[in-house]
Design a protein around this ligand. Structure first.
Ligand code: CAO
Length: 424
């Protein structure tokens, strides 16, 4: 038994944000039916291809545990099939450019008429307002959501982050909106619209930077290294380099091998509660009670010097040795792990966070499994579907079409050449 067993998702998503959401729902047990344009499919199938003629990793890593139906939603017969899908499914998830669903004839009002219990969930770049019609990709959202202006170093340009907070982050927000709407439907019997705008999702994740914006009205941000360096603050939350985002000062420090290994670094947090342990570890026991060092406020203007001294120590150890020494002393540290190290990490493989799948076109590939673990709803990660792999199966088993109907639908061209042959 899986948590979302019995829930049918009409998955009209593409690229990254929407697919992340529906992949999570599939992992929680929903039957996710991915509707794709005949012969074309999700654009990511062919983007950043590493194996000729095989679905790309971009696609395969975002579309696990789904079924694929090829369907031209602009064709008359295609619309008939889509209408049946709306009748049968619980949730429609989409992340088309604004207005695309209306142009197809399947806007919110039309959907409600066909199935009042349907939840219609959308990712858009912006919420209602002057930018609502804009197309948006990841980095645009990171910039518009406040993340880029607060990421990077003080003397450099704004930076986007590698974590896809605009796409995958908004997909997560949408998934929560969907299960919440399903929960409410239990009581009301009605569907509703769920909207997750990428700008809003990024801002939600950058919430602490808006906190700092308001703190600026009351004086400098003392935990920022900029304060210790004596650089005045401007009007807006500045870029904070690798400063810790919270009240406990932290930095990225070099470890043994940094000269040749770009990831021989550790994150080191001088949490106030374990300051004495930090002093012992780095060989500065006098700092425990020395004037100017004993309390967190006294240390604020010396953080650069303090971290320089800690780095002298971390440079004598590998990032894993730093972890092994500091963890038992409750000093929060974290190695900078490369993607290579993560892909090979036995611990992550043991928990199913890193998985391997067999794919008929591309062979074995590594992927990220479900990052949320439910004790009563285990996840078995299955490979992504080939384009239209389940067209016939969905027409018959989900929508109840007869062989004759499937032949008629295939003849119309609404479901693509391959399925026409399969139906014959
Ligand atoms: N059958 C027939 N037509 C189909 C179809 C199907 N099965 N599936 C999609 N289409 C059509 C759409 O109806 C649309 O047609 P119109 O423009 O005539 O209405 C067309 O394909 C293209 O859709 P699109 O505009 O969404 O795609 P795009 O490549 O031009 O834009 C993107 C991509 C991501 C910029 C845009 O979809 C968007 O802004 N989405 C919302 C924000 C978002 O999710 N961004 C994250 C992207 S990365 O995760």
């Amino acid at each position: 038994m899986k948590a979302l067993e019995g829930v049918k998702i009409l998955d009209f998503t593409h690229v990254q944000s929407g697919p992340t959401c529906t992949q999570l729902l599939a992992w929680f047990g929903a039957d996710v039916i991915k509707v794709e344009r005949p012969g074309v499919g999700d654009a990511t199938r062919k983007q950043l291809q590493d194996v000729p003629d095989a679905d790309s990793l971009y696609f395969t890593m975002l579309n696990h545990n789904k079924r694929s139906i090829e369907l031209n939603s602009k064709d008359e017969t295609g619309k008939e099939v889509l209408t049946r899908l709306v009748q049968e499914c619980d949730v429609l998830v989409e992340n088309f450019a604004p207005g695309a669903l209306d142009r197809m004839g399947f806007g919110w009002e039309a959907i409600q008429k066909i199935n009042p219990r349907m939840i219609m969930a959308s990712v858009k770049g912006f919420g209602p307002g002057k930018y609502e019609d804009c197309k948006v990709y990841e980095n645009v959202a990171q910039c518009a959501g406040g993340s880029a202006s607060t990421t990077g170093f003080l003397d450099g340009p704004p930076l986007v982050t590698g974590a896809q907070i605009g796409d995958s982050g908004t997909g997560l927000h949408l998934a929560l909106g969907i299960v919440t709407a399903l929960f409410q439907r239990e009581k009301t019997g009605k569907g509703q619209k769920v909207l997750a705008a990428m700008q809003d999702g990024v801002l939600n994740l950058a919430r602490v930077k808006l906190r700092d914006q308001q703190r600026l009205d009351h004086g400098p941000l003392k935990e920022y290294s900029q304060f210790g360096a004596g650089i005045p603050f401007g009007e807006a939350t500045p870029r904070a380099g690798n400063d810790s985002g919270g009240g406990q000062p932290g930095r990225i420090l070099k470890c043994k091998g940094w000269e040749t290994d770009p990831n021989a670094y550790t994150y080191f947090i001088t949490q106030a509660a374990v300051w004495k342990n930090v002093c012992d570890v780095i060989g500065e026991p006098d700092w425990k009670d020395a004037e100017g060092y004993a309390t967190p406020p006294e240390r604020l203007d010396k953080l650069d010097a303090i971290f320089a001294r800690i780095e002298e120590w971390t440079m004598t150890k590998t990032k894993f040795e730093v972890m092994d020494i500091c963890n038992p002393l409750n000093i929060p540290v974290g190695p900078i792990l490369s993607m290579k190290e993560i892909a090979e990490d036995e611990g992550l493989r043991a928990t199913g966070t890193i998985v391997e799948c067999d794919h008929p076109e591309r062979g074995r590939y590594v992927s990220v499994g479900c990052p949320i673990k439910l004790s009563d709803s285990p996840v078995e990660v299955e490979r992504s579907p080939l384009l239209g792999e389940h067209t016939e199966e969905i027409l018959k088993s989900v929508l109840g079409y007869s062989d004759e109907d499937v032949g008629r639908i295939a003849d119309s061209g609404a479901v693509g050449e391959v399925k026409k042959m399969a139906a014959e």
